[in-house]
Design a protein around this ligand. Structure first.
Ligand code: ZN
Length: 239
């Protein structure tokens, strides 16, 4: 499968502590375990022309993974529009952590999905599997325990997910819909909450397993071309 990983790549360059966790950026960490799983991975960052998401790259991408935080506004609207159109055509998408407030995720949701509660206090998170039969939950067991994460709490302004796979509990008492599938056009989108830049979440094997399961789940094998607009009757019915 052809996977493109977009990461704004700002925190890891500007903060020595974060660079220590992800020396080559979050995108490289994700690309490494997905490549080891047999996928063909490309990456794109704000340093690349068109964020690395050129027409050629998007047309050749089965699944796009998105991590962004402080640079959402630096992604040009034209690129957001192109990504949106590719999702409508059937490209899969996995939106991670603070990608909830990206232009593309808010456009796909149709709500201001940037609105939620948050607290950056290195607290414990338990992600509970609420749909054990779901393909994205395979091999995970009942839960994923992360000793340190940023808290995101409800209410999260998203449309009711088409499929809900995980709910998180945080030590401070809040809960959050942490693994949500949305279907838009011919595309499937999986939002996965964990992945704050200052904790080593993407080094966690269960988190990696969820992302490996998710790319398979949101990838469309083949979509027959559909006709839209005026058509002659499919079956002759007039005498
Ligand atoms: Zn964060």
């Amino acid at each position: 499968m052809k996977i493109t990983i977009y990461n704004e790549y700002l925190h890891e360059k500007h903060d020595e502590y974060i660079k220590g966790i992800y020396p080559d950026g979050i995108h490289s960490c994700i690309a490494k375990f997905l490549t080891e799983a047999g996928h063909e991975c490309r990456t794109g960052t704000l340093d690349d022309p068109e964020c690395g998401l050129t027409d050629e790259v998007l047309a050749d991408t089965d699944v796009l993974i998105w991590w962004g935080h402080m640079g959402h506004h630096l992604v040009p609207d034209e690129i957001v529009e192109k990504v949106y159109n590719r999702v409508m055509e059937g490209m899969g998408m996995v939106v991670l952590h603070s990608g909830h407030n990206s232009k593309i995720f808010r456009k796909l949701c149709g709500t201001n999905a940037g609105e939620l509660k948050w607290r950056d206090d290195d607290e414990k998170e338990i992600l509970w599997v609420v749909d054990p039969a779901h393909p994205i939950a395979q091999g995970i067991g009942e839960n994923i325990i992360l000793e340190q994460e940023e808290m995101y709490g409800e209410h999260f302004i998203i449309p009711t997910p088409d499929e809900l796979v995980f709910i998180s509990w945080f030590a401070g008492g809040e809960v959050f819909r942490s693994g949500c599938v949305f279907k838009r056009g011919n595309g499937k989108i999986f939002y996965f909450r964990p992945g704050h830049e200052s904790v080593p979440t993407y080094h966690n094997e269960k988190i990696q397993q969820v992302i490996k399961n998710a790319v398979k789940y949101v990838k469309n094998d083949s979509i027959a071309p559909m006709t839209y607009g005026y058509v002659e009757p499919t079956v002759e019915w007039k005498k």
